[in-house]
Ligand binder design. Sequence first.
Ligand SMILES: [Zn+2]
Length: 472
Amino acid sequence: MIRKALVGPRMRQWAVSSAALSLALFTCIAAQAVSAADCPGNPDALGTSRTIVVDPRQHPRIGTMQYAETLPLRDHEVVLSFDDGPLPRNSNQILAILAAQCIKANFFAIGQMARVYPEGIRKLRDAGHTIGTHTQNHPLTMNRMPIERAKAEIDDGIASVKAALGDDADKTLAPFFRIPGLERATAVEDYLASQGIQTWSADFPADDWRHISSQRVYDLAIQRIEAKGKGILLLHDIQARTVAALPRILATLKARGYHIVHVVAATPDRPATPTEPQQWLMHPPLETVAISHWPKVPNFAVADADALAAPALSDFTGKGGELVPLAEPFDRSSHRPLSRATPWPAAPLFTDSAAATLPVPALTVFEIPELPHPTAETVALLAPRSEPTPLPEPKSPPAAANGGNSRRAIRGKSGRGKRLTASQELSSPEPSTQEPSSQAPSSQKPPRGTPATAHARPVRLKHLVQAKRRNV
Ligand SMILES: [Zn+2]
């Protein structure tokens, strides 16, 4: 289905070169599938839905198990990746299974394995799979070894795989690399990026390197694919349990509507597949998340007008020469205009001489209720208050100095002096703590909020009467 013209001769060559009897059946199936269009030997084949071209320099690290970005896959798209090969016994079976399904995958080969079994590398190439590298010796200490040693592991692995590929190695070997055990290190990743090599992690493993059953490998693979819905599946083509689990994994993916995507690297002759940055995220931002997408300004009908039309005089009406806007009465509930005469009262609210019609206020409106009048004797006692006294005049405002008209004047020193002045006029030689006047302020304390002038005079009168009685 994908590049069948190129893959066909390669698969036929691969089938002929295979001598193992156990692989003959798979080889024949693969050859038949590829020799005909769109995997005709297997009408139920999963197939390879599409091939994407990626540029390692634009996206140097992929795989959400460790990195922010992953391949720009659509929902229900899966990339199959296989590590640690080639190992003839199991790797060839993996190749046969993939060929039977017309599937193209991504492989990460170990340099030492390529040295021992270079034919396995060439089988990958001839089958049309993508070949990356996985170090020379598969150390699980890339995260803590000296960078120079890490560089040697990387470079030696590439050299070994290239040696197996032969003359067209530069065109065949992809600049893809996976760190053994996913033991990543920034220095290692930076070195790979500087070489234009893309570091591949994964989106979900199947734990097929552990001592678990093939059923468990199948369960983990399907569960984890379903959990994310798309991504890179990490498998190992050297494991027998993977060989046993892979056919069921592919059958389930087919049944559940998944598609297989093949990944190749960009070259000068093969530009990268156009993508948007958010496609490289496993979970792009939702529409409900605020991003810099602002609505365009509406193109109002008046936007192109140079000026609005001036209102005509007929739009206004009024009385007495006044201009009154002629509003359009509108019934919001029925969305229909109302009669113009309905909403407004016929009679004017005011006349030209409104003041003439108002009633004249009576004189009683302006009367001020009189306070209780003191007796003539009290008036006589009050008279000396305006005369000079022997005590110094307080430097207080007139209201406070008015003979204890405020609470402050009564309690304060100046107020006390004023009271004493009045008492002395009544021949009281000295103030006493028992003098009723000292208790008067508290007992005559007005209710809160009562104006001071409203109660000042009764207090003064009582004080004076009591002082007089004591003196009699
Ligand atoms: Zn590995």
